[in-house]
Design a protein around this ligand. Sequence first.
Ligand code: FAD
Length: 446
Amino acid sequence: MNSALETLRRDFGGDIIEPGGAEYESASRSVLAAGSPAYVLRPKSVADVQAGVRFAADAGLLLSVRGGGHGFAGFGTNDDGVVIDLSNLANVQIVDDERHLVRIGGGANWGQVAAVLAPRGLAISSGDTKSVGVGGLTLTGGIGWKVRKYGLALDSVVAAEVVTADGEVVPASAEENPELFWAIRGGGGNFGIVTAFEFEAHPTTDIFYGKIAFPASETASVLQGWADYLRTAPEELTSIANFANPFAGGPEAPVEIQVAFDGDDPELAAAAIDPIRRLGTVIDDDVALKPYADTLVDGVTPPPGIQLVTRSAFVDKESVSEVLQILAEVGASERSPFIAVRSVGGAVSRVPDDATAYAHRPAELMFVTTTAGPGPVVEAARPALDAIWQRLAPHVDGAYANFLASATEEDVAAIYPRQTYKRLAAVKRQYDPGNLFAHNHNVRPQ
Ligand SMILES: Cc1cc2nc3c(=O)[nH]c(=O)nc-3n(C[C@H](O)[C@H](O)[C@H](O)COP(=O)(O)OP(=O)(O)OC[C@H]3O[C@@H](n4cnc5c(N)ncnc54)[C@H](O)[C@@H]3O)c2cc1C
């Protein structure tokens, strides 16, 4: 341990933050989880990342990797181990104007990406929040406001630079180390630290974006009509249905349909969005033309002690009606979690199943339940939440790792179906046989 630490102090050019240090209190926690790591390392270069990885391996310490720090499962920190916090590796640079290729540091967040791309009329479909990290979101999916037209965030990745468990820098693309490239597009942080991604961005105009709200009493019919319509809606339209929001009245809260139409033609936008307006009694409608970058919201850091428990699942076409019926009933009950249902399909479903390690291409919808509050409140809500998920279980499929606060064996099996897991484990054996990158929805080398 002592010699590993000496080597780190010699080779590491970034910040080493230890308990008692001035920055330790804020550096020890990720956005959604508290921790007490022995070392928080903030690399300033790829060589620093290599030194940090070698230190964790040599010292035999648990390693957490932190991108934007928004992971619900709290993998961005730990107790007594090492955190490699990538926030200084946040450079965003357009490297090929014609092909719209953008190189993005593994610790950048989507607000930093939008700030560089927006003035050039470019965008990458990512998520809905500025402070969410490019790393965590992309490595397991990325369901953003242009997902039906351009696919997941990981579908726009064309190459990556990865520091693997032995501290080597390994390029990954369709041409170089293609199995590693396959694995990091869906397999999360299991294979190494991505120090840079190369994305192909897409041109964007301003887009029509906003929410259309209906009374809570219309939730069931609005949801069914919404899902039916999305099957034939233009792929420029991406949408999320939110209801049972505990901060807006719980079971009395309006059902809010957020829409994003990728284009600035008012007639095309109205043609795409009006069928949603006709689903019920509109009580609020703030859809307006906005720069794409302005549709991304600022993330909120919950006060200390507040927990956020998210669970997610996918819904295939044949189960949509049943699942939405159950969710509407759940949402109308007093102790409902907050429910958000996201449209996927479109470009996501056109990518062949085996092209990336993201294993949920055929799904039409992905939904998330969120329970928030102090620990005892979240605990007290758990039996009711379990009962809801037991009722849903026969009708839903898999889980979306990015909205999963737990990491049980069942969770990992839900994220990675058997064939995907088998192929991921083979890649893991090659690049991380000792399972150094284990603090995640873990794929074991054996
Ligand atoms: C407010 C909020 C809004 C969200 N909105 C969306 C959304 O619209 N769409 C969506 O798809 N998801 C969304 N998410 C989920 C989000 O994608 C996940 O929480 C994701 O894990 C966050 O990534 P991060 O880098 O910020 O988190 P971190 O906690 O830093 O990272 C999570 C894990 O990813 C791995 N990781 C991160 N960066 C790297 C890297 N460079 N190299 C290797 N491994 C790395 C590590 O294992 C790390 O522990 C949202 C989450 C929040 C909290």
